[in-house]
Design a protein around this ligand. Structure first.
Ligand SMILES: CC(C)(COP(=O)(O)OP(=O)(O)OC[C@H]1O[C@@H](n2cnc3c(N)ncnc32)[C@H](O)[C@@H]1OP(=O)(O)O)[C@@H](O)C(=O)NCCC(=O)NCCS
Length: 189
């Protein structure tokens, strides 16, 4: 769908990705950042995957690096009445992390939300303990709108959650700076 000369690509999820997602989602390096951090059974994954087709409130994209699938980015709760959606992402292949790819994906997902889905607001929730990610979102103009205390109970106990939101007007303010940052890291946007 969207390509950059620096080897990053986003493409829509395909049926062939079903097993890959099962593998990724059950990796410790992905699970630990999710609300559900216990392994997901095969039958539950199959049911979840099947329920995706025809669901207009969700859109999933595979993140590729140099032609290899490395992660997932998605919109959920797409609400065309209130013109908003939530989003999330992960790089399952840890070798793909720390190259600026996450920041490139964030830019592309925001652009998709406002220019393709024509939304007015993009929002997300992040574990408070995952400070690198909510700070990354803030650097793209997301504002902290909520601090939910003891909001999720994971295998190691309760966690607080940060709620962040980005309005179309917020994005207009920071977009050029974000674009310049990505260009300086070698990403075409
Ligand atoms: C979140 C994630 C996609 C970020 O992707 P990434 O490619 O590693 O991040 P980038 O290399 O683009 O870095 C983006 C910025 O975040 C910072 N950053 C990223 N990971 C960091 C970490 N673990 N600690 C501190 N800073 C970090 C980078 O320094 C960079 O800052 P800069 O733009 O000022 O240089 C990836 O780390 C991941 O998959 N994490 C696990 C899943 C997850 O937490 N998903 C979010 C759940 S809501």
């Amino acid at each position: 769908m969207l390509a950059s000369p620096s080897l990053a690509t986003l493409r829509p999820l395909a049926r062939e990705d079903r097993e890959r997602l099962f593998d990724w989602r059950n990796r410790e390096e992905v699970r630990r950042y999710m609300y559900t951090d216990t392994p997901i059974a095969c039958e539950r994954h199959e049911a979840w995957f099947e329920a995706l087709s025809g669901n207009e409130t969700r859109r999933y994209f595979i993140i590729e690096w140099d032609g290899q699938p490395v992660g997932l980015a998605n919109f959920v709760d797409i609400d065309l009445v209130s013109k908003k959606a939530a989003w999330a992402f992960y790089l399952a292949e840890t070798t793909a992390r720390g190259k600026g790819l996450g920041a490139w994906v964030e830019y592309q997902m925001i652009e998709h939300a406002f220019n393709v889905l024509n939304l007015e607001k993009l929002w997300c929730e992040v574990l408070e303990s995952n400070g690198a990610v909510w700070k990354l979102h803030q650097s793209f103009g997301f504002q902290t709108e909520a601090h939910f205390r003891r909001h999720v109970i994971k295998s190691d106990g309760p966690h607080d959650v940060i709620g962040l939101g980005l309005l179309r007007a917020d994005w207009a303010t920071v977009r050029e700076g974000c674009r310049a940052r990505l260009l300086s890291h070698g990403y075409a946007v």
